[in-house]
Write a protein that binds this ligand. Structure first.
Ligand code: AQP
Length: 343
């Protein structure tokens, strides 16, 4: 695609009528099918309904220690996964957070109206503080302030959020309202966009914790870059139970997670999955699930690999995206600086 075909500015013409949707993904590990089902798959759907800004939260990722070369590689990979999954860079703005310095600048201003007590009460901070006790840095505490800056810079109307991010979005809304009432209306107060049917994909090894890209056990997740053999192997080894009874109930959390996975990929309800497989043994169900996952993920992986062969194209997509994003971000930040009295 040549540069002119890509979105040259944002928002424009009839696009300006549409609501702005915003979401970022952290390049804190290789993306899992949890990231695909919980975020990227929805990006594809949203691109025709909203003015979408999607990106790579690399500034957020450094709240946990990263290896520089891996962080660099994964940042571009996230863009490639989003495009390979079907998001069109001519329709949605795709960018890397650190390439738009306004994020860090607005975060500093918002820090000045953020309450330390409120930040310390955030569930994710308490969890991460425990998990990373050896690296309890200030950015872990102020993470929600940067997230608020991300969202508010673009006057976002909607932010797709999972249950674990609801508290942070509430914090963003508080900051927007506080700033608007202290100075004058400046920020759009964003609404959460929650999908009633959204499923939290759980670890294949411990179905009581979320499937996470930073899990140290590589059998706990399926990566978007896993080949068919790896996908089949991981699903075959996924934790189930010894009840040998195919049903959907919390007492059989491992099986429940696999049923949710099947339902998410087949776009049906868990009950429909149970109806279809109630006579099956777990091994046959796992084979059918693996076929389904491979059928969706393998074409994405193939497109991803071919995109990664041409890094220049990806760099251009993120460069153009950053320019388009920056135009909007600059406008908001200039207003903020003027109101606060910053020269
Ligand atoms: N297991 C999951 N099920 C459903 N949705 C998920 N998401 C992540 N894991 C699951 C969704 O993916 C989007 C991007 O997430 P993120 O990378 O910004 O942060 P995260 O939620 O912290 O993802 P991870 O994989 O758990 O990363 P680490 O291990 O680095 O903390 C979000 O929309 C999220 O809901």
């Amino acid at each position: 695609m040549n540069e002119k075909d890509r979105k040259s500015s944002f928002p424009q013409g009839e696009r300006a009528e549409r609501k702005v949707a915003f979401s970022l993904i952290q390049p804190s590990g290789d993306l899992t099918i949890g990231n695909y089902l919980g975020a990227i798959k929805n990006f594809v759907r949203m691109q025709d309904e909203y003015d979408c800004i999607f990106g790579v939260a690399n500034l957020h990722a450094i709240t946990v220690t990263q290896v520089a070369a891996d962080l660099r590689r994964r940042s571009l990979e996230v863009i490639a996964y989003i495009v390979a999954s079907g998001v069109d860079p001519a329709k949605a703005t795709l960018f890397i957070q650190s390439q738009v310095p306004e994020h860090a600048e607005l975060a500093w201003v918002l820090n000045s109206i953020s309450s330390i007590g409120q930040l310390q009460r955030m569930t994710q901070f308490k969890d991460k503080a425990q998990k990373h006790a050896d690296n309890l840095n200030a950015a872990l505490l102020t993470y929600p302030v940067l997230m608020a800056a991300d969202i508010l810079l673009y006057q976002s109307h909607v932010v797709p959020v999972g249950a674990d991010q609801k508290q942070h979005l509430e914090f963003t809304r508080d900051l927007a309202e506080r700033f608007n009432s202290r100075y004058s209306p400046t920020f759009t107060v964003p609404e959460p966009l929650s999908d009633e049917n959204a499923t939290r994909i759980m670890s294949l090894k411990d179905p009581y914790s979320k499937m996470s890209k930073s899990d140290p056990d590589e059998n706990a997740y399926i990566l978007m870059k896993d080949d068919p053999a790896a996908i089949r192997r991981k699903i075959a080894r996924a934790v189930t139970d010894s009840e040998a009874h195919f049903c959907y109930r919390p007492e059989q959390a491992g099986l429940m997670n696999l049923i949710n996975l099947y339902a998410a990929y087949a776009e049906c309800t868990p009950n429909e999955v149970v109806e279809r497989f109630h006579d099956s043994d777990y091994a046959s169900f796992k084979r059918a699930l693996a076929d389904l996952v491979v059928g969706v993920m393998d074409p994405i992986r193939t497109r991803f690999l071919s995109l990664m062969e041409d890094k220049k194209e990806l760099e251009e997509i993120s460069h153009d995206g950053a320019l388009a994003a920056q135009r909007v971000a600059r406008r908001t930040l200039s207003k903020v600086y003027r109101k606060v009295g910053l020269l």
